[in-house]
Structures are given as C-alpha cells and as structure tokens.
Design a protein around this ligand. Structure first.
Ligand SMILES: [Zn+2]
Length: 111
C-alpha cells in the first residue's frame, strides 16, 4: 500500500502539461520516423553495395595450424584471403595469390 497524495492543479497548469506532453509525443514520433528512414537507407546501401551473386566465399584449411581456416573471397575477378600472407602481401605468387587462393583456383571451387 503506497502513500496516496491528492493534488488539485489549476486548469491552466493541466493545459500546459497536456500541451507539453503532446509536443513531446510529436517530437518522438518524428524522431522515430527519421530513424526508420535512416535504417531503410542503410539497409539499401548494404544490399546494393554487395550483390550476393557477384561474391563467392569458401573456407580453406590452414596447412600449418590444425583447426584453423581462412576465408577466400572472389569478388568479380578479384580474389582475396583472410590469411596473414595475403593481408601483408608476403609470399604471394605472380598473380598476387596466396596458397589458399591457389588451392581454390586449383580445385576450381568457384564456378
Ligand atoms: Zn590465404
């Protein structure tokens, strides 16, 4: 059982409170609409920036570390790999491929 307090407010004060709440409500509704529009724009940007049919990905197991694998991605004609050799451009072949990309090409994983 809480403490009950009855307060009688003058009509002008009630009108002011009601107006303030209405303004706040309208402000929140428009902020939410703006937020929805931003989310929609962001979603469209993501969807349009990466057409899935143009990107293929496959995991290639590491030869040196058991249980480790790297993600090889083919985007258009460009291969990339998540391994350190590719990231730091060390030990790549003449085409700029690391051994994981070489394996994907050799095994013809992408069509
Ligand atoms: Zn690699």
């Amino acid at each position: 059982m809480g403490i009950q307090v009855n307060i009688s407010l003058p009509r002008e004060v009630l009108v002011t409170i009601r107006e303030t709440l209405k303004e706040e409500h309208n402000r929140l509704v428009s902020a939410m609409a703006e937020n929805d529009a931003n989310l929609e724009a962001l979603r469209n940007a993501i969807v349009n920036s990466e057409p899935n049919q143009d990107i293929q990905r496959t995991l290639v197991d590491s030869e040196s570390v058991y249980g480790k694998s790297y993600l090889v991605t083919l985007r258009g004609d460009d291969y990339s790999c998540s391994c350190p050799a590719f990231q730091f451009k060390t030990g790549l072949d003449m085409l700029g491929h690391c051994k994981h990309i070489e394996r994907v090409v050799r095994e013809r994983r992408f069509r």
